[in-house]
Design a protein around this ligand. Sequence first.
Ligand code: GLY
Length: 370
Amino acid sequence: METVKNLEISLKSKKYKIFLGNNLLNQIDFILKNHLTNKNIVILYDKVLKDRLNILELSLSKVASKIASIEISSGEKSKSLNNYIKLCEQVIKTGISRDTIIVAFGGGVIGDLVGFVSSTLLRGLNFIQIPSTLLSQVDSSIGGKTGINSVYGKNLIGTFYQPIAVLTDVSLLQTLNKREILSGYAEIVKHSIIKDKVFFQWLEKNGPDIIMGNNQLRIEAILKSCRIKRSVVEEDEFEKGNRALLNLGHTFGHAIEGYLNYDGTILHGEAVSIGIIMAIKLSLKMGYCSKNDYERILKHFNDVGLPTSMKLYTSKIIDPLKLWKIMQNDKKMYKNHLNFILPDKIGKCTIRKDIKKSEVLSLLNEELRT
Ligand code: GLY
């Protein structure tokens, strides 16, 4: 039996645990017995996990009364309104009732989409997250953000809806390529820059081994990262205030993804990585953070191979004004102004509501013009 660590998330709407370890998939019947016994379970899984599905089904079949599995294609395109409707009908067709449990088995796209399906079917079905990418293990599977995309922007249709449990199995990361691991690592470093300088120092030392595949270090990094996210979400579940700090790098990042049409050219974590560097450059320009901290962050990103420039992803000249316009559609627009999360120093960020268009455009012009 593998060691299982757990972390409780205690929110007003729900309390639940993240179970974390190596090779947990075939122990789900034991780990989540209380949730699963005699239940009708519908697994919504990412197509790329087809060869792991039978391990999950076999384990679930030891306790469940009935299991149905539905395949979803990977990629942001699956988070469309049409696909959401199609998926709801497919789940309903399996024969669901109020005590059906939905299992989201996949990365961030699957978690967001399936979380939204779960929150709306029969006015809310219990769901369990089994995140399969580093990014979803450290970020999107916890905290209850669900959502699909509108033609006007990413995640504009969604809910806050917490899972009843999260099962995080690092063995699922073995088949990911380095780009996908780095994409998740960007969110881990993000958490350290937001709230924990000691964790950042630890990452400076251990980052390369985490990326290379050391499972013990990966478990530790995920745990440390989830603790930071927990502390923020427990304080502000519905993002009325400080939860927005978790969006460090995302205002720029989402705009970059939008600029590149969410066509898979850039991964979410890569866009966030570039977005964090843009945020710290803006912070330096505004006089909020020191050159030393800026250089230290940049050095760590370069050391581990995190991308720091959008220019890597297109051969065309990038139009700063177009990027700015995409930012205006971001759901982080409040009362006609954009919030920027800017680092003051490593381990502390501030939500800035007073950044002028001219300041952002000047940064983008310096950054993007060839
Ligand atoms: N990914 C940021 C949040 O969950 O609030």
